[in-house]
Design a protein around this ligand. Structure first.
Ligand code: GLC
Length: 740
């Protein structure tokens, strides 16, 4: 460290120690007194390193900008060596030596890759989700990273949208609980520890409601929908102490969310008291020009900073224009100071001013990635995230003594797509365990036959005959098919929800050649798939999503019964794309179709499809069976100051020990605004041995029943509420209570 930097640090140190008794804010203020306007602007600038590409390439001279004090953070730069070289420039070659922040999209693992987030949500296991993000933070921080752009907390109800894969699905309550688990896992209980990293709630806000499920498309919704559906998971992240937010690409009701004062300042800062900083999405500030909301890049910078976007990711507009905007009085310097302060506060909390190299430890880097305990946890989570959608005649689990099993499909031996999208630095060349490799733990080679059959997307049928030939020879057929990892995630919307390519045709041909044989479909995909044909062609369907590094091992554990599947859908699977958007907590309408006459005239239905989905929110089978009985309520009335207990006795009535996700739903029958026909308000994941029973109790308060009414007051209203405890959202209410 040069003498100059030592002097600067001693000034900060002195100020810092003077301020020690106060807090980080005082230290930040001391430092900012030393900074020029351009240096403060420099903190609001973020560029990408070359270790990964997560958006359109924009050529930047990173070392130059760092030396000029024109960069406060980098994305896509990691490894101890890589971050050390860059951090050294910032700390030792700039006037004040302010350290850089290094951020990356570690959203379901850094090296050890867990199932995609939509998959992990299906575990309904908050502890596991927190463990996955804790491991992600261990591996990421061991490679010099301070910050992850996760959790993605966008509610998504349209499977055409590829980014449905990155979130926790359609339900507000569940997505809010999961958001908290991720934040806790990444940030831990002490950000000054070198194995904790900043979390980032993204994409603020409404991104998942993109028109027609087309990525980056227009979003329009009433403020009631915004506050009752799309904002709550972000508020949950704030309540969990999330240190950063990311503004989104989409416009919301005509105002781009990266220039939206209402959401960024009025709600996030004023209403919620958020003290962290907001980073834009990748060039999303500049994109306000294309939105037709900013005249040029100077105007975009003005709008973004004034609206509350503190850091410009890859856009260069803050670096180029903020100084002149302040000098011309178009942006108040106090606003730039506030943005800079928020960013410096995060750096102080991480301990980067005590030691800018504290995340730089080659020994730790070498011994952290892929720790055996990380891989075994990844295997456990992948199994818990899998959802058994169908299991006719209990064809699963398979016996290890099965004489011959034909494994067919483009994803049987896959070690590349299995990691899913946004797999950070997951190794796609040989580290992941394919399904084929996984089943070798259970079967001898002579019990296995294999044929790829076809590709995921190509329409070359030349592999069909080999696949059909081995299918005829086998006792059981296991198909491993689905999407490529690039078919979901960012910029990956689909208008067709079928299994892609000619895979469906191969399934058809294999069934025709084996009319009575057991056929199991293992599905890898990043969104709800239209399985309307497949449910009639195969006996069992196991949804494994993109299950990650240990996915093939976990899949084999389920296929052969070492793990009894317990996952439950957090997104509705439609019968066809025409039903979309379709989700369980919809409104009743004034003409709901009667159960006893689904085709009655002048009702809210289709003339060419049922209203009901193929698989509902909360659906997931087990190898055992569970019985729900003896539902009881502690009272049939609830006062505002009281609590209501709802209980049920759940029994394992089948032949396997297993987990069950017990769900609590309510329905507010009459409101000053219409209320959803069902709302999840609680869940408990329990383990029951064969024959065991357990009483599961939920405690409800009036607070749990609140919603935003037409005046945007967060309130609860007297009246009758239906209530149920069920294994999925597919049930009829039988009980109710009165909120007095
Ligand atoms: C991308 C994504 C965002 C990601 C960011 C940085 O465009 O929208 O989720 O965190 O850029 O890679």
């Amino acid at each position: 460290m040069t003498l100059k930097t030592k002097l600067t640090y001693s000034i900060i140190f002195v100020f810092g120690h003077v301020a020690l008794a106060q807090n980080y804010e005082a230290k930040v203020d001391s430092l900012m007194k030393l900074m020029t306007l351009q240096e403060k602007i420099g903190q609001t600038v973020m560029y990408s390193g070359s270790w990964d590409q997560t958006g359109p390439i924009v050529g930047t001279d990173n070392a130059k900008y760092i030396r000029e004090g024109n960069m406060g953070a980098m994305l896509n730069a990691f490894t101890v060596k890589g971050t050390y070289d860059l951090q050294k420039v910032a700390v030792e070659e700039t006037r004040l030596g302010i350290p850089l922040l290094f951020g990356y999209d570690v959203i379901h693992g850094h090296r050890t890759i867990f199932p995609i987030n939509l998959g992990m949500a299906a575990s309904w296991d908050l502890k596991m989700i927190e463990e996955s993000s804790r491991i992600s933070a261990e591996e990421a921080s061991a490679e010099g990273l301070h910050w992850t752009f996760s959790p993605m907390v966008d509610i998504a109800r349209d499977p055409r949208w590829g980014r449905i894969s990155e979130g926790s699905g359609e339900d507000v309550y569940l997505a809010s609980q999961i958001a908290k688990a991720y934040v806790k896992g990444y940030q831990g209980d002490d950000l000054s520890k070198h194995n904790t990293i900043l979390a980032c709630a993204k994409h603020f806000v409404g991104y998942g409601a993109a028109q027609a499920g087309r990525d980056y498309h227009t979003v329009n919704m009433g403020e009631g929908e915004l506050r009752n559906v799309y904002l709550p998971p972000f508020k949950a992240a704030v309540d969990a102490g999330v240190e950063t937010f990311m503004s989104a690409f989409n416009e919301l009701n005509g105002v781009p969310t990266s220039g939206n004062k209402f959401t960024l300042r009025d709600i996030l800062q004023e209403e919620w008291g958020f003290k962290g900083f907001v980073v834009s999405d990748y060039t999303s500030i500049n994109e306000m020009i294309l939105h037709g909301f900013a005249k040029d890049s100077t105007d975009a910078a003005r709008i973004g900073m004034n609206a509350g976007v503190d850091m410009d990711m890859m856009g260069s507009v803050y670096r180029k224009h903020l100084k002149e905007l302040v000098e011309e009085g178009k942006v108040d310097e106090a606003i730039v100071n506030d943005a800079c302060r928020r960013i410096l506060l995060a750096k102080f909390k991480l301990g980067l001013f005590d030691d800018p190299y504290r995340y730089i430890d080659e020994k730790r880097e070498a011994e952290t990635k892929y720790k055996p305990e990380f891989l075994s946890k990844a295997r456990e989570i992948a199994a818990a995230s899998s959802v058994l959608l169908q299991n006719k005649n209990n064809v699963l689990p398979l016996s290890k003594e099965t004489k011959s099993i034909a494994f067919i499909g483009p994803l049987v031996k896959d070690e590349y797509d299995i990691l899913g999208n946004w797999a950070a630095k997951g190794d796609r060349k040989g580290k992941a365990v394919s399904v084929f490799e996984g089943v070798l733990e259970y079967l001898k080679p002579n019990q296995i036959m294999y044929a790829k059959g076809c590709d995921i997307l190509k329409d070359d049928e030349s592999g069909f005959s080999e696949a059909i030939t081995i299918s005829k020879k086998a006792d059981v057929i296991v198909l491993v098919m689905g999407e490529g990892h690039h078919m979901s995630g960012e910029a990956a919307s689909r208008t067709n929800l079928k299994i892609p390519g000619i895979q469906p045709k191969l399934i058809q041909k294999i069934r025709e050649a084996n009319p009575d044989k057991k056929i199991i479909l293992v599905l890898m995909n990043g969104r709800p798939i239209n399985l309307s044909d497949e449910v009639n062609l195969v006996d069992a369907i196991l949804e494994v999503w993109f299950p990650g590094t240990m996915g093939g091992a976990a899949t084999a554990d389920i296929l052969f019964g070492a793990y009894n599947p317990s996952g439950k859908l957090t997104v509705t699977f439609p019968r066809n794309v025409g039903q979309v958007p379709i989700y369980y907590n919809m409104k009743n309408t004034g003409r709901p179709i009667p159960d006893n006459n689904p085709t009655e005239d002048y009702k809210s239905n289709y003339i060419d499809s049922p209203n009901s989905p193929l698989f509902v929110f909360g659906h997931g089978l087990s190898y055992t069976t569970f019985k729900y009985a003896d539902f009881t309520l502690s009272s049939h009335t609830l006062s505002f100051s009281d609590t209501l207990k709802a209980s049920v006795v759940v029994s394992n009535t089948g032949g396997f020990d297993g987990y069950e996700v017990v769900q609590l739903y309510i329905h507010d029958k009459v409101g000053s605004v219409t209320r959803p026909v069902k709302e999840l308000k609680g869940f408990q994941k329990i383990f029951l041995k064969k024959g065991e029973s357990k009483t599961v109790t939920f405690i409800l308060t009036a607070e749990d029943l609140k919603f935003y009414n037409s005046e945007m007051n967060y309130t609860v209203e007297h009246g009758e509420f239906e209530i149920a405890i069920a294994p999925s959202s597919d049930f009829k209410f039988k009980n109710s209570f009165i909120l007095e």
